[in-house]
Design a protein around this ligand. Structure first.
Ligand code: ATP
Length: 327
């Protein structure tokens, strides 16, 4: 394998708090190794356009506490095409990049996988997405911070829900993955979580209603996972309740982009730092085309194609736990 002297690092897809802590860790660990680091701006778009500048230890100073990503991020349609990736590879050669670190979600790692198969470049993926939907890692960078943000918002909505005796359907992010919805429902003491993975064929809303909305409570909070595939978001469920139970005062709150922002939690900063250093150490050991992840507090290496293709299972016991706790 070609000796590594210079690596490229990019953030891609949706931004997630902790991405900066990860860029910092990647940069410093690579420099520690004696390598140069090229920061690729705006994800694959920057690789395609050649928007690439060297990172030094100083360029990542004081970034550990910052939300968003100093490298910026973007979605890049050109990278979905062979011609686009060819141009991106020309920039890899032009800037002398010997290996690539991609920090991002499912789509970003799918792009990394295709690129690594087409061109002779080692790629290491780092899971950076608030959705926590990558297989093989218990957590992804940004998930913990987003969860804390959601819980804080739900606590506030609870105050108004109980003052007015209302049922609130609160929609959270997740892109067809229910981790944020399920865990925030438990942490905020919500009455139910409606998640795409609870696909036993049962009517989740019907179950919640038959358990008795308001039998013993005068307000309810239901967390709904955004579900672009089947379109069953908070509005869908609220509409059903309004139609079938017009006696209830139903409201919808879609938390939206505020879930992505803010200073990263300590958990995310530590995870991002560990994964960033692990990615560089993996490259140094000769690993390629893997995602670094975390499981039982240990660093794990997962082939990228498994991380993106396998469905990460939701903990079904927690579905039961929530229904026990919400009586
Ligand atoms: P998030 O989970 O936060 O949404 P993501 O990484 O899944 O992040 P996507 O928008 O799905 O975000 O992907 C980011 C970029 O990765 C795309 O704009 C595209 O440039 C690249 N990409 C995604 N899928 C592929 C693919 N199959 N082949 C090549 N490139 C891809």
């Amino acid at each position: 394998m070609k000796e590594i002297k210079t690596i490229g690092v990019l953030t891609s897809g949706g931004d997630a708090p902790g991405m900066n802590a990860c860029i910092r860790a990647v940069t410093r660990a690579a420099i520690y190794q004696g390598w140069r680091v090229m920061g690729i701006h705006r994800g694959y778009l920057g690789l395609y356009e050649g928007d690439i500048k060297e990172l030094t230890t100083e360029s990542v100073s004081n970034t550990i506490k910052m939300g968003g990503t100093i490298l910026k991020t973007a979605r890049c349609m050109e990278f979905m095409t062979e011609d686009g990736r060819k141009q991106a590879y020309e920039n890899v050669l032009k800037f002398g990049i010997d290996a690539l670190i991609v920090i991002g979600g499912n789509g970003s790692l799918a792009g990394a996988q295709v690129f690594a198969l087409e061109y002779d470049i080692p790629v290491i993926g780092i899971p950076g997405t608030i959705d926590n939907d990558l297989y093989g890692t218990k957590a992804t960078i940004g998930y913990d911070t987003a969860l804390n943000t959601i819980v804080e918002c739900v606590d506030k909505i609870r105050d108004t829900a109980s003052s007015h005796d209302r049922i609130f359907f609160i929609e959270v992010m997740g892109r067809d993955a229910g981790f944020l919805a399920q865990m925030s429902a438990i942490a905020a003491g919500a009455e139910a979580a409606l998640i795409p993975e609870d696909n036993t064929g049962k009517d989740q809303l019907g179950e919640f209603i038959s358990r008795g909305i308001r039998k013993s409570k005068n307000s309810s909070i239901v967390i709904v996972s955004e579900s672009p595939k089947d379109g069953k978001g908070a509005e869908y469920y609220a509409k059903r309740v309004r139609k079938e139970y017009p006696q209830y005062d139903v409201r919808v709150s879609i938390l939206g982009h505020l879930q992505r922002g803010g200073t990263p939690s300590s958990v995310d900063r530590i995870l991002a730092s560990r994964l960033g250093v692990a990615a560089i150490e993996a490259l140094n050991e000769g690993q390629r085309n893997i995602m670094v992840g975390i499981d039982s507090n240990e660093i794990v290496y997962v082939p990228i194609n498994r991380a993106i293709k396998m469905d990460k299972p939701i903990d079904k016991d927690l579905i039961h736990l929530l229904s026990v706790l919400s009586i």
